[in-house]
Write a protein that binds this ligand. Structure first.
Ligand code: KG4
Ligand code: ZN
Length: 335
């Protein structure tokens, strides 16, 4: 089955062509991505109106390029997979309208994909997914949740953030430190030369036995820690970055391992932009609970269209167009 994937829910316009079937290694025929990071960087975050205009301008060209690179014509495609939510309304509408037009022209179905399901299944792009049930830590710019995955479309949220997402905490802290957007990679880079013990930062909700997260207090603690500090000193920035990264990662690691222990599950998947974090990966890999850790290749942690096309392989397909974009699409709901 050949699937064309389209992702435009936030600040990456991405198109991919894959060939495959569920629970088997897929062939990536071609993939293209146009990042809007440079456009939004001066604002310190994504400007929704600007983002949707960019998607509209770029998507047709990117699609043509993806098809050309794979030497595939529209007639050879079996279905189009597109992110239908959650995300920015205008951005989703551009992607879905474009996909529908293309689907109509080629007379093929358009499959709506939940963005976080795309992330969740992304480790299956290059290795087989672990057997069900497994635990997933989904960590991105808008989500931080622990999910018990009993099967495809059988998801149980067993913990989630009560305020900011982990990625959001990276992004907001970076902004406080004057580091470029997106904050996660900037903080990780700055933390390289820093001392993670230099600043004592809280590990929110770690003492609580539940699996929930809270990151807004951590951001506030960083704000207070910065008072009376010389932010023109690169070592101070490095130390704060390292201390913040360590606090976020500690909480994510311990809660994820606790989730595995509670559910008596030995396979943990991490996915979403923050799963690209090196410290998070190494700390989880070094766990002493004998839990096997699975994560996507770095390029499939952050937003991409291959994960959307790949997820569609696992979804029920029908020819209905009786669905709409949903910027607040709940993970456990139907569209
Ligand atoms: O999944 P994603 O690309 O977009 C959303 O669906 O939100 O995740 C983006 C988030 C941003 O908050 C970004 O700062 C964070 O992932 N991120 C990282 C790293 N790379 C991206 N956070 C920590 N370490 C990284 N290396
Ligand atoms: Zn994402």
């Amino acid at each position: 089955m050949i699937i064309l994937g389209i992702e435009s829910s936030c600040d990456e316009t991405a198109v991919a062509l894959i060939k495959g079937k569920p629970h088997a290694k897929i062939a990536i025929l071609s993939e293209t991505i146009a990042s809007q990071i440079q456009i939004h960087a001066p604002f310190g975050g994504v400007v929704p109106e600007v983002a949707s205009r960019e998607h509209l301008a770029i998507l047709p060209r990117l699609t043509k390029e993806t098809l050309r690179k794979a030497n595939i014509s529209l007639e050879m495609i079996d279905a189009i997979a597109v992110t239908a939510g959650p995300g920015l309304m205008g951005c989703l509408l551009v992607g879905v309208s474009f996909a529908r037009g293309l689907g109509e022209a080629a007379n093929i179905p358009v499959i709506p994909v939940h963005h976080m399901v795309g992330h969740l299944l992304a480790p299956g792009i290059h290795e087989n997914l672990p057997p069900f049930p497994f635990i997933t830590l989904l960590v991105s710019g808008g989500h931080t949740m622990l999910v018990r995955v009993n099967g495809i479309d059988d998801y149980q949220i067993i913990g989630q953030t009560i305020d900011d997402a982990a990625g959001e905490c990276f992004d907001k802290t970076a902004r406080l430190l004057g580091l470029p957007y997106p904050g996660g990679p900037s903080i990780a880079k700055a933390a390289h030369d820093g001392d993670a013990k230099a600043f004592k930062l809280p590990r929110p909700l770690l003492q609580k036995k539940n699996l929930d997260f809270s990151f807004s207090g951590l951001k506030t603690a960083v704000m207070y820690a910065l008072k009376d500090q010389d932010l023109s000193n690169p070592q101070t920035i490095a130390n704060i970055a390292a201390s913040t990264q360590s606090a976020i990662v500690d909480v994510l690691v311990q809660k994820s391992l606790r989730a595995c222990k509670q559910e008596k599950i030995k396979n943990l998947v991490i996915a979403g932009g923050v799963a690209a974090n090196h410290l998070l990966r190494t700390q989880l890999d070094g766990n002493s609970q004998n839990i096997a850790i699975h994560y996507p290749d770095i390029q499939y942690c952050t937003d991409n269209a291959t994960m959307i096309a790949h997820a569609a392989l696992y979804l029920k397909q029908n020819d209905t167009t009786d669905w709409d974009v949903n910027p607040r699409w709940k993970f456990t709901d139907n569209l």
